[in-house]
Design a protein around this ligand. Structure first.
Ligand code: MN
Length: 227
């Protein structure tokens, strides 16, 4: 059957060693660093990992300008390790999860915090607090083949040159294999899926004109300007 509308072009992320990674779904884990869980009013270490999603069309490449989104007065970046899957499946055992990873990138989980707070207090979905144009800036992917499996390393965010967020990947409450295993018990993961793995403490608003530089040891840094 003929398509009745032209299909949307695929969303892609550049791979450092060449080529483009096609994005399928974007999953995100909430509260995965103890200090951040506390600053958000949570109780770290007690609850199992929980997930939300961002639309693939919210991906923004490094070096781009992020237009300050509508309907918010409290836009906040969260620097996160993004895991890109080259394989998937259901009920992936923790011990086999790393074998599903294609590579890693630095990402920013941009959040309309005021909308999220309303959603939390009203028991409403987070979707539009986390999903909007430019809500998922992501840097170039480094493949596992080139950089190995990541479990430790500095993660940080600078705003206008000043250090805003700082931590280490080894501070995650749920490790990347645990996250992949847990997520695969809820949905069938597939090649092209991205997983944002949570942010260290220090989240705060940004305003138009701000320069964001996100970094993780061993990965291509991510730079975004708010306009
Ligand atoms: Mn986040």
């Amino acid at each position: 059957m003929k398509l009745v509308l032209p299909p949307a072009p695929p969303v892609t992320i550049p791979v450092r060693s060449g080529g483009l990674f096609p994005v399928r779904q974007i999953y995100c884990v909430g509260r995965n660093y103890a200090e951040h869980a506390r600053e958000m009013g949570g109780d770290p270490g007690r609850e199992p990992p929980f997930f939300f999603m961002k639309p693939a069309w919210s991906v923004l490449p490094s070096g781009a300008v992020l237009a300050y989104p509508p309907a918010t007065a409290d836009l906040q970046p969260e620097v996160e390790l993004v895991v890109a899957l080259g394989a998937g499946g259901r009920d992936i055992p923790e011990a086999e999860a790393n074998a599903c990873i294609f590579g890693y990138a630095v990402g920013l989980d941009m959040t309309r915090r005021d909308l999220q707070q309303v959603a939390k207090t009203q028991g409403r979905p987070w979707d539009l607090a986390k999903g909007f144009a430019g809500a998922a800036p992501i840097g170039a992917l480094t493949t596992v083949q080139d950089g190995g499996v990541l479990a430790t390393g500095r993660i940080g965010l600078r705003v206008n040159g000043a250090l805003r967020q700082s931590g280490d990947l080894d501070q995650m409450i749920w490790t990347v294999p645990q996250i992949i295993a847990a997520l695969s018990r809820m949905v069938a993961l597939g090649p092209g899926d991205l997983v944002f793995t949570g942010t260290p403490a220090g989240v705060a608003p940004v305003v138009p004109g701000d320069r964001l530089e996100a970094s993780i040891a061993g990965l291509e840094p991510l730079a975004v300007r708010i306009a």
